[in-house]
Each structure stands twice: as structure tokens, then as C-alpha cells.
Design a protein around this ligand. Structure first.
Ligand code: NI
Length: 256
């Protein structure tokens, strides 16, 4: 059984077949799904999905690209959601300098990243971190809020094997998805070789980032088998072991 640690099934790309697809996945090889909030709106819809399906849990948080919608009022609302029984994480939160080049807006991202990290600490929940082209500042913000006291995962890991060691030192898991199956993903393959299997989580980021041979298509948790197979090849273990160990990792992190 596979634990899907990061998906967005509230996305409109699933509007036509969401219920039948989720039932098929959850009656099949997928034991649990964390549906990830990325805005106030998708935090609401993630909680709604978690209320509807026993095996789905929600992460609540605002993605750096939407950090502009946070203010004290919406942040107070977010804080209330952390006490919901199906909410197991704060995320996805972080920094994205790939999509945002404006220094003032990047500063806003850092501010709300730190505030949401502190919210997770206060709520005793793990975090799901999104970080793209902002490695140095991500580590700096994490150190400023004593991230080693806040468990979490760096999702869709895209940095070097060396930097992965920094995150491991702070106790973080490394989220690995479809990108690891791409031929040109040399850095990520090296990272997977170096990170202990006990610190890796399987994730899709569905509907995005489908693995080979579905690259470019709508992604879903059914394709996590391809991700497990590639990790197994890199680490010279069986795909079953990858599924088992990463499932236990996610159960431990999200306390499910
Ligand atoms: Ni995501």
C-alpha cells in the first residue's frame, strides 16, 4: 500500500471524475492521501474532502504564490482550522522565487512563511514546505524559527544532494515525486541515492508533475508505482520495500 503525501484533488482538473477516481484509488493500492491547501479557498476544499473520505486528511496553509491573501484576519481563520480533527499538517508554505522576482513580494513571502511555521509549532503539527529557487532564504527562515523543533517535509525536492543534508540535519523528510522518473533529473536521482529511505516520502503533487510514461498528462496517485520503482532502482531495493518504508515514514510524520 502506498501513502500519498501530497496531492491537490480539489483542483478543477478533477471536477469531472473526482469521486469515482478517489474511490478507485482508496479501494486500490492507496491507503491514505494528504490533500494539500495552497490558498484560503483550497484549504477550505481540502478540509471538505477530508470530511467526505475517511482515508483523506488535510493540510492547511497558504502557498508563497498566494501569500498576498494573508492578513491578520485570514491568518486567525487559518489558526482555527488547525484544531479540526482531520487536519494533520500546516502547508503548503514556503518561498517561490521562480514565479516571483519582485523583492518586496519576496519579503512578504518570507514573512508569512515564518508566521505559518510558528503556527505549526504552536499547533504541534508538521509542515509541508514548498521551496523553489529560494534555497538560501528557505534555510535562513527555517533557522530563524528553530525549524529543528518543527517536524516536516520539503516537498517536491529540487535542490542539490548537499543541501538535502542540511534539511536532514533539521530532521526533515524529502518529498519525491514524478520528476525522479525524468531522464534529465540527475540531481534528484543523486539525492535519492544519498538520502536514507527512512527520510523519503512519496508524493504526486497531482494534478501536476506526472511521472514517465505519463509526463505532461494529468497526474494522480495511481502513478506513484512508477515513482516507487525508480526509487527502488536507485537504492537497489524492491519497490515493495520503498512503498512500505515510505508509508511508515508518512504515518509517523503525520501521526496517522
Ligand atoms: Ni503542491
Amino acid at each position: 500500500m502506498i501513502f500519498e503525501s501530497h496531492a491537490h484533488y480539489d483542483d478543477e482538473q478533477f471536477n469531472e471524475d473526482r469521486d469515482s477516481l478517489l474511490k478507485e484509488l482508496l479501494n486500490g493500492n492507496i491507503c491514505n492521501i494528504i490533500n494539500i491547501g495552497a490558498s484560503i479557498e483550497s484549504t477550505k476544499s481540502s478540509i471538505a474532502l477530508a470530511e467526505q473520505y475517511p482515508q483523506i486528511y488535510a493540510a492547511v496553509g497558504v502557498h508563497p504564490s498566494d501569500a498576498g491573501e494573508l492578513n491578520e484576519q485570514s491568518f486567525a481563520w487559518l489558526r482555527e482550522q488547525t484544531t479540526h480533527p482531520k487536519v494533520v499538517s500546516v502547508g503548503e508554505i514556503g518561498l517561490d522565487y521562480y514565479w516571483e522576482k519582485e523583492p518586496d513580494v519576496q519579503k512578504t513571502q518570507r514573512y508569512w512563511f515564518a508566521r505559518q511555521m510558528e503556527l505549526a509549532k504552536e499547533a504541534r503539527l508538521p509542515v509541508v514546505i514548498h521551496s523553489r529557487e529560494a534555497a538560501e532564504d528557505t534555510v535562513r527562515v527555517m533557522k530563524s524559527v528553530h525549524a529543528e523543533e518543527i517536524p516536516g517535509v520539503v516537498h517536491c525536492y529540487s535542490y542539490s544532494p548537499e543541501l538535502a543534508q542540511e534539511f536532514l540535519k533539521m530532521g526533515y523528510y524529502i518529498g519525491v515525486g514524478g520528476v525522479v522518473t525524468f531522464k534529465n533529473a540527475r540531481k534528484l536521482k543523486e539525492t535519492v541515492e544519498q538520502v536514507p529511505l527512512e527520510k523519503i516520502l512519496l508524493e504526486t503533487d497531482a494534478p501536476y508533475l506526472a511521472p514517465e510514461p505519463y509526463r505532461g498528462k494529468r497526474n494522480c496517485s495511481r502513478y506513484l508505482g512508477y515513482v516507487a520503482e525508480e526509487i527502488a532502482r536507485l537504492k537497489q531495493v524492491s519497490a515493495e520495500e520503498v512503498e512500505d518504508v515510505t508509508r511508515k515514514n508518512a504515518q509517523k510524520l503525520f501521526q496517522i
